[in-house]
Ligand binder design. Structure first.
Ligand SMILES: [Zn+2]
Length: 200
């Protein structure tokens, strides 16, 4: 796979693992898969994008383990919001997920933020053990953004999302099969605000 496709599919796999870890239906067994997938992806995605054999092998395993986790418990609004972007604009699924992952993590923080520490630990965020829950959650979101930027994913939806499509996209995201699994109960109005935050 070329670099761009490796980065996009790799960030999709990370989104599967992180959304699967915080989804409403998560359980001890899916947590085990997701944390190991997060560890492998955080460790190997940069190398895979540089086409190292170790990076490629780590990602092959990481994405597979993530699939074993989330296919049992579901995902959340990052995927719900990403699906419409790909349908409407042909945005690669992994690019849409990668841009929206930190948005979903910020939104879900009040409900699921305590679980972000384990995600950050799996990503080997330095000094996370000494942090408060709030600090650990923020450091974890920052690590996700850094990984995404390092593999060349855009920081927001500017140039992709059109204002006039936001209402339709938000209704579609709310109706999406992944939305009920989101840890924080949401609404069309709140999803509209999340999309809008990415082009303002
Ligand atoms: Zn996906």
């Amino acid at each position: 796979m070329p670099k761009g496709l490796t980065a996009a599919t790799g960030m999709d796999a990370l989104t599967h693992a992180i959304e699967g870890y915080i989804t409403k239906g998560h359980c001890a067994i899916s947590d085990m898969f997701h944390l190991e997938a997060i560890r492998l992806i955080a460790k190997n995605l940069r190398g895979a994008v540089q086409n190292t054999p170790e990076g490629r092998e780590g990602m092959a395993l990481g994405q597979y383990i993530a699939g074993m986790g989330f296919s049992n418990v579901g995902l959340g609004i990052v995927h719900s919001m990403a699906h419409g972007l790909s349908a409407l604009y042909d945005t690669p699924h992994g690019v849409a997920c990668a841009i929206l992952l930190p948005v979903g993590l910020e939104y879900n923080k009040p409900v699921a933020g305590k679980r972000y520490r384990a995600v950050g630990k799996a990503m080997e965020v330095p000094g996370i053990d000494a942090m408060t829950d709030e600090e650990a959650a923020d450091a974890t979101i920052a690590a996700v953004k850094k990984l995404s930027a390092d593999v060349g994913i855009p920081a927001n939806l500017k140039g992709i999302l059109k204002e006039e499509d936001i209402e339709f996209l938000s209704e579609s995201a709310y109706a999406d099969a992944c939305r009920p699994g989101n840890p924080r109960d949401t609404s069309v109005e709140e999803i509209i605000e999340l999309y809008r935050s990415q082009i303002d």
